[in-house]
Design a protein around this ligand. Sequence first.
Ligand code: GTQ
Length: 360
Amino acid sequence: MEAPQISPAEQEARQDFYNTIDRQSLTPLWEVLAGLVTKEPVSQAKPHLWKFAEVRPHVLKAGSLITAEEAERRVLILENPGLRGESRITQSLYAGLQLILPGEIAPAHRHTASALRFIVEGSGAYTAVDGEKTIMEEGDFVITPPWAWHDHGNDSDRPMIWLDGLDVPMVNSFDTSFAENLAEDEQQLSRPTDWSPDHYSHNLLPVGYENAKNYSPIFNYPYARTRETLYRMAKYEEWDPCHGLKLQYTNPVDGGYAMPTIATFMQLLPNGTTTTPYRSTDGMVYSPVEGTGRTVVRTPAGDVPLAWEPKDVFIVPSWMPHHHECDGEAVLFSFSDRAAQRKLGIWREQRGNGPVSGPH
Ligand code: GTQ
């Protein structure tokens, strides 16, 4: 519909009216509607890649400037260049690189935000969650569910660096953030280390077991098992044109995502493949684990190639078509707010030039 012509006098009358109602905190919807209810997602986030080799020295330097104890969490936030100053990597998610040096403790606290750890460098540090410790290795995916006490420590002899992913921006957009510190640095342990996988894994659950919580009873999804599963499936060569072989981490009790808001994935891309473009409404944070390649993101301003190698972190904003080109075989970890979007019935995806599939 063409915008009707209005005379300068009419325009002035309208502007007077807007100025008058402005004093009552009123705004005319018709002036802002198109930008408010957009025809499709218009993300302020930009595609971006942080090279681990460039960021790592800064993370280690932080270790010489402040202790984990004083910082509470010694983290360099990965701020999306389109969202500077907002502590966001995508519109709805926070991410950062956390460092724990040998012998250090990040003291126990809990918050309504959900957190994940994806282990990037080091081996043998622990996270304690809900009374249980888990020892972490590179490539492991570890959850810290909402309102669960958690503290981290490093009993190894090397620095540990992991990628933190939290739903803080989402929680804050609801104004629902609560947080508290435990009086002691470390929480009391009520179960042996890595007790949960011995009880809830291998497609078996204790008879009568009911999970009253909305998150997985498994805290650590070790890389060794994830990788083995991918490679067992890969022998059938049933590659998806968009995703290669992409698995989602699940809660073994109900088959849902491991946490209520954040979905996590691990995918294997076949040798030298170029995937078919794909887009979805969940901005996606990736961390390559094996292999090298490029992810090309189509933005309104043109294509942005992101060249990655293991331990880098890169982001593909909501609804931007992208494809992967890998040099050999590659394994990519990723996470997004898909778990929340699907619960709310607002998630959409599009494969290539195919139809947009509606909310699931
Ligand atoms: O480890 O609990 O990167 O509370 C930001 C906030 C990590 C954590 C972060 C946190 C944590």
